[in-house]
Design a protein around this ligand. Structure first.
Ligand code: SF4
Length: 233
């Protein structure tokens, strides 16, 4: 069975986790990718954003959300009046999965398989424990399924306040699922504005929740969806 678990050190230090992740061979994706793209941002962020996987530009740069989807996300964060520097950003899968076009020059994104997402989940759980965010924004189906199980549908539950059992050792973070910024880029031009506005609205909901958590000590009632059993070891 593929799993990153043997490569994840017992530490809450993000820098140590990132160092260890460079050598992960928990699934076959490390073979073709340039490098591991670990999360980055504020180590004590109240809000953590999780995307799907690094894209072509992220794979070359070694940083998450620096390509076209990252630029779209920046626009959405600005529209939602959220400072990217206050966030921690990462992906459900840390290596770029791709196929090449006929000439073998262009690398084309391929959606990671369920097995690959599950293999990489120990890194997400370790990042959650290290950052200990109040709110986690799941950008797209892959991130949402990684933490909420394979039956979860973003289209049915986007923008809702969600909880999942046992994700972190010391906190029960609020989860908010929404679309991935690349879905806005890929959408038809007639619906692109609407999709962008939807993403901004969901980001606002997530960010506003941090204020509720701080002032009331809880995010209040939400839809309870049990996570697939977190597997770290
Ligand atoms: S995708 Fe995740 S589990 Fe697979 S090799 Fe990369 S870091 Fe390890």
């Amino acid at each position: 069975m593929h799993s990153a678990a043997p490569f994840v050190p017992e530490t809450h230090e993000l820098s140590e986790l990132a160092r260890a992740a460079r050598h992960c061979e928990g699934c076959p994706l490390y073979r073709e990718a340039t490098q591991t793209v670990f999360g980055s941002g504020r180590p004590s962020a109240r809000v953590m954003l999780i995307g799907e996987q690094p894209g072509d530009q992220e794979d070359r740069a070694g940083e998450p959300f620096v390509g076209p989807a990252g630029r779209l996300l920046d626009k959405a964060l600005t529209a939602a009046e959220i400072d990217r520097d206050e966030l921690y950003l990462t992906n459900a899968v840390k290596h770029f999965k791709f196929t090449t076009n006929e000439r073998g020059k262009r690398r084309i994104h391929k959606t990671p398989s369920r097995t690959e997402v599950e293999a990489c989940r120990p890194w997400i759980l370790a990042e959650l424990d290290a950052v200990s965010p109040e709110v986690v924004v799941l950008l797209g189906a892959t991130a949402a399924k990684s933490l909420l199980g394979n039956d979860f549908r973003v289209s049915r539950h986007r923008g809702e306040i969600l909880h999942a059992a046992g994700l972190m050792s010391d906190r029960d973070p609020v989860l908010v699922a929404t679309i991935h910024p690349s879905a806005v880029l890929r959408g038809r031009s007639q619906t692109r504005d609407e999709a962008f506005d939807g993403l901004v609205a969901d980001l606002r909901i997530a960010y506003a929740t941090t204020r509720t958590v701080r002032s009331e000590g809880s995010a209040g009632s939400g839809t309870f969806i049990p996570a697939a059993k977190p597997v770290r070891r």
